[in-house]
Design a protein around this ligand. Structure first.
Ligand code: TMP
Ligand code: ASP
Length: 236
């Protein structure tokens, strides 16, 4: 399948149309941003790592009954996916306090929750992706009530699968962000990516951060953390 036209360029990926109007090609970049694009940089090799990591996770989730956009890995950085209309919500699941949760509620990072939490942000760069509740999302017409219920169930199922998988690799899955899309026939599938850009991964023993927080917080060894996650996931 070849690329026909560039239909979207985001901070970390490009999306191309293909001769099949139901399919797109995602092309992962090494570019990294944080804080709504205020901080910019490059993480060498990130595009190829995120492509492989995300496809691995999407395959695992599909096997466990979570429908995804994944079709086929085409190259190092390119993947064929189902064309979807992205639901403009960032769906965030948390197992351990960190990041904006710790900041917003004035608690330390590292509190292990009894139950995972879920929250939504309205995907809108001009507004800075504000937190939004499900009633607001429905009122704004971002999704229907039924779609929200389906998204919540799929997000918690994704957490169950991922948490158990990463525990086996000696990694605590702290939190992560998901995006969902609607296919031409109206069904909701997991879309976007699952990678060290979109998850917080802490080594279970040393609590070392193995994700994009190394870039956001200038912790050094950013490339090393991405490579370590790829190595653990692929067993290489
Ligand atoms: P937060 O603690 O900054 O709200 O982030 C929660 C999780 O969501 C964390 O794993 C990083 C991920 N995330 C993204 O993937 N994209 C974003 O734009 C933001 C703000 C967070
Ligand atoms: N990618 C997001 C941005 O550029 C934020 C993040 O991942 O921290 O704003």
């Amino acid at each position: 399948m070849e690329k026909t036209a560039l239909i979207y360029e985001g901070k970390a990926k490009k999306v191309w149309s293909t001769p099949d109007e139901t399919l797109c090609i995602v092309d992962y970049k090494d570019d990294a941003t944080a804080f709504n694009g205020l901080k910019k940089g490059t993480i060498k090799g990130k595009g190829a790592i995120n492509n492989r990591v995300s496809n691995f996770m999407m395959r695992l989730l599909a096997e466990q009954g979570v429908p995804t956009h994944f079709v086929e890995e085409l190259s190092d950085r390119e993947t064929l996916v189902k064309k979807v209309e992205i639901v403009p919500l960032e769906v965030i699941i948390r197992n351990i306090s960190a990041g904006s949760f710790a900041k917003n509620y004035g608690v330390k990072e590292g509190i292990v929750f009894e139950e995972p939490t879920i929250e939504f942000s309205y995907k809108n760069d001009d507004l800075g992706d504000p937190l939004i509740n499900s009633y607001h999302a429905i009122a704004l017409g971002l999704a229907t009530k039924e779609e929200i219920e389906q998204i919540k169930a799929m997000a918690f199922k994704t957490n169950d699968v991922m948490k158990a998988f990463f525990k086996g690799l000696g990694i605590d899955l702290v939190d992560f962000k998901l995006e969902f899309g609607k296919t031409a026939d109206g069904s909701i599938v997991l879309a976007d990516e699952i990678s060290p850009d979109t998850c917080r991964f802490w080594d279970s023993e040393t609590h070392e951060k193995l994700d994009k927080d190394r870039f956001r917080r200038d912790l050094g060894n950013v490339e090393g953390a991405y490579e370590e996650m790829l190595r653990r996931i692929m067993g290489e």
